[in-house]
Ligand binder design. Structure first.
Ligand code: CA
Length: 734
């Protein structure tokens, strides 16, 4: 029975042309490089090491590590493609990934080989000149892992070191592959407690021969930590926990003993039992001269501080930048961007190192623009704040007190006894999509967002292992949004920008609006260009000094990942993964007034551009099969209302507000008829677990599922009625 469901549902729901095997992605598909060059680069040993990464500027054709250099500036010294000729940029070749979930990876290029990662933690090696596929590696992450990812089954890339490729997997493994063959050399389990939710989406970094990897899970019940493994033999060398553990036991290190004093241990729920949070799932940078590794830490878990630390407190080291001695993992210093976080203000955005002239002195700084909307310039030798200003709309704090380095909070921003409307929203003023620092202009380019969030405390919070445990009431929030919509005053949709920011003067130099709010990471180059893409699938090059758009191309799918630049045999290339998804792709709902949704259902592709390339991208074959009329509604209004609440507490994050999904995961209103009869099998029985829809049998009862079905069916009936309403023919219509 379940086999049959998998076949029908995935072929239709995921709207793939083919049946997707376990893991939800293709185990192998032929390469579809459109322009295959006769020359094929040999797969060399990719001899990347610390000295080579540190000397990356004398080797500008390569992109050896996540942010190109240890400083993670994402600035390429290549200038063949420049402001004068970028108008002739076009596609050199493309590689179809056969994935339908978000693509977030930074391609890594070394010695003629490009390494990319795909959804479900798959790795692909390609000839970087021709696009010929050299090998693929599928770690076979169980499909049901998808339930434990807040923000899609994504991966942000690999690390290279001495002939090997390192990748973290969604289910928490760190795997070393032979760069020549993709063969597994070793695999270690980074998860110290399998009863808790831990996932990996971030790219490893290698510092001092240690592979450093963090984790996610602070929307569930994780106690975050960062680990360092010997790149040679895979042995754990050190681990730093972001938040304290059980206070009745000795803490793992002195820094956690200090941190414990900033937590309340007397609440009904003990933070060390239900999480604590701080998951360091993305941003890292390394200064080899100082031997300091900088790590951005995540939000509190549960989000609502009143649950995890009811008497308040800063709750170290949540929402912070921490500096660790790379060889030992001992804390050197910390700077907390959001003390006592209660708004999901991860400080996990990228961390960028530079030497800036400030007040006549060259300062070794660290720049960070986390979700909370402030742009921080910090002395990276000691963690002292140099300056901080708002780079987006921020209401939770009035500013930063330069004496204490702490925010001046607006007392209305906390939601202890009331609803609170707060800028920025949970996805932040800037999320994981990397910014870039251009040393030629001295500017930082930030993919920024303005949007408000509504917070309501969950008065009846009950910790549920394996579920979202935020302490915020999403059903109440969704109800509030619904009332606003009904009253004709829907909340303003979030908007996105590229902001050019002067980090010395701490002010905006220019900004341009982007197509959506959830747009791509950015690249700057010595050609005077900034490259970025948007939610509509438009990839553009801008003049780094003025923001003037100089070139763009429609890639037919929303873009999240940052572009890179590299060169082979004297030709400069720009490479970019395009595939819609991530947090914004999962939970945002369609705007019927725009053409957005049509570009957010396509499958992913890697595009590689060069001067004189093809300037048009063909849409992939249309997919999606119109469903039949939904069955009759038999539930009463009270059941539908119960379903509304349950849906928005349990299903919203993947399937969208009001059961309206953008197509990356199924829009539950548009499923084929037989699915309506299989809710129990799917939601309780796990019939679609292989595709990413795990069983919720541990959280929901049969009655709950009936109510959710009733609510979704109500939405489906409304959608059907709207689609089949008689409309006057449009003039010249089709
Ligand atoms: Ca978070």
């Amino acid at each position: 029975m379940s086999k049959k469901i998998v076949g029908i549902a995935e072929a239709v729901i995921i709207a793939a042309i083919f049946i997707v095997p376990a893991g939800g992605v293709l185990t192998h598909r032929p390469s579809t490089a459109v322009v295959a060059s006769p020359e094929t680069a040999p797969v060399t040993a990719t001899n990347v090491d610390g000295a080579r990464i540190a000397a990356a500027d004398s080797d500008p054709g390569e992109w050896l590590t996540h942010g190109r250099t240890y400083s993670e500036q994402r600035f390429s010294p290549l200038a063949q493609i420049n402001t004068a000729n970028v108008k002739s940029l076009g596609v050199a070749w493309e590689y179809r990934t056969y994935s339908v979930r978000g693509l977030e990876a930074t391609p890594i290029v070394s010695d003629g080989v490009m390494f990319i990662t795909l959804p479900w933690s798959k790795v692909v090696a390609l000839d970087a000149a021709s696009g010929k596929e050299l090998w693929q590696f599928d770690p076979k992450v169980p499909g049901e892992t998808g339930r434990y990812l807040c923000c899609d089954v994504v991966n942000r890339g690999v690390a290279l070191w001495k002939g090997a490729v390192f990748v973290g997997t969604l289910d928490g493994r760190l795997i070393k592959l032979d760069a020549k063959t993709g063969r597994v050399i070793w695999s270690v389990d980074t998860v110290e407690n399998r009863k808790k939710v831990y996932t990996i989406t971030g790219a490893p970094r290698v510092a001092d021969g240690l592979v450093v990897i963090g984790n996610g899970g602070a929307e569930y019940d994780a106690r975050g930590y960062v680990s360092a493994y010997d790149a040679g033999n895979g042995k754990l060398v050190w681990r730093f926990h972001i938040v304290p553990g059980d206070p009745s036991k000795p803490q793992e290190n002195a820094a956690l003993t200090v941190a414990l004093k900033t937590w309340d241990t007397t609440g009904k729920y003990k933070f060390w039992q239900i999480g604590g949070g701080g998951a360091p799932w993305n941003g890292m940078a390394f200064d080899p001269k100082l031997d300091l590794l900088y790590v951005g830490t995540g939000n509190g878990n549960p989000w609502n501080r009143d649950v995890r630390s009811p008497k308040g407190g800063d709750n170290l080291y949540l929402s912070s930048v921490i500096a660790l001695h790379a060889k030992t993992g001992q804390l050197a210093w910390y700077y907390q961007t959001t003390p006592g976080d209660t708004w999901d203000f991860d400080s996990t955005a990228d961390i960028v190192l530079a030497d800036l002239k400030i007040g006549g002195q060259v300062r070794k700084v660290l720049m960070h623009a986390p979700k909370n909307g402030f742009f921080y310039v910090i002395d990276r030798t000691n963690g002292r704040l140099i300056s901080a200003q708002k780079f987006a709309i921020v209401t939770w704090a009035k500013g930063i007190d330069m004496k204490t380095g702490k925010p001046i909070e607006d007392p209305n921003a906390r939601y202890t006894n009331k609803m609170a409307v707060v800028y920025p929203q949970e996805t932040g003023a800037h999320n994981w999509q990397p910014m870039t620092f251009d040393p030629q202009t001295g500017l930082v380019y930030i993919p920024a967002m303005d949007g408000a969030a509504i917070f309501v405390a969950d008065r009846n919070f009950i910790y549920r292992p394996g579920a979202w445990n935020t302490g915020a009431d999403f059903a109440a929030v969704s109800n509030a949004v619904l009332q606003l919509i009904k009253s004709g005053k829907p909340p303003a949709p979030p908007v996105g920008y590229i902001k050019a920011w002067d980090p010395v003067a701490q002010k905006e130099v220019w900004q341009i609006s982007m197509g959506g709010s959830w747009n791509s990471g950015l690249l700057s180059t010595a050609g005077g260009l900034v490259f970025g893409g948007d939610a509509y699938g438009i990839f553009s090059a801008y003049d780094a000094r003025s923001g003037k758009k100089l070139w763009s191309i429609d890639l037919k799918t929303g873009i999240l990942a940052p572009a890179i630049a590299y060169s082979i045999k004297g030709t400069e290339y720009i490479a970019l993964l395009a595939g819609w998804g991530g947090a914004g792709g999962l939970s945002a709902f369609r705007d019927p007034n725009t053409a957005l949704s049509k570009y957010q259902t396509d499958q992913g592709r890697l595009f590689v551009f060069r001067l004189g390339g093809r300037q048009q991208v063909a849409a992939l074959a249309p997919e999606g099969i119109p469903p039949g009329e939904p069955p009759a509604q038999t539930a009463d209004a009270a059941t539908v209302q119960k379903g509304f609440d349950l849906y928005h507490r349990n299903c919203l994050v993947c399937h969208g507000f009001f059961a309206q999904s953008e197509g990356e995961v199924p829009d539950l209103r548009l499923v084929p008829r037989e699915i309506w009869d299989q809710y129990d099998d799917i939601v309780l029985g796990g019939a679609l677990a292989d595709g990413g829809m795990a069983s919720f049998g541990d959280i929901l009862s049969k009655d709950d599922v009936g109510a959710i079905r009733a609510y979704v069916l109500d939405q489906a009936k409304a959608a059907w009625a709207a689609a089949h309403a008689t409309r006057p023919a449009a003039k010249g219509g089709h």
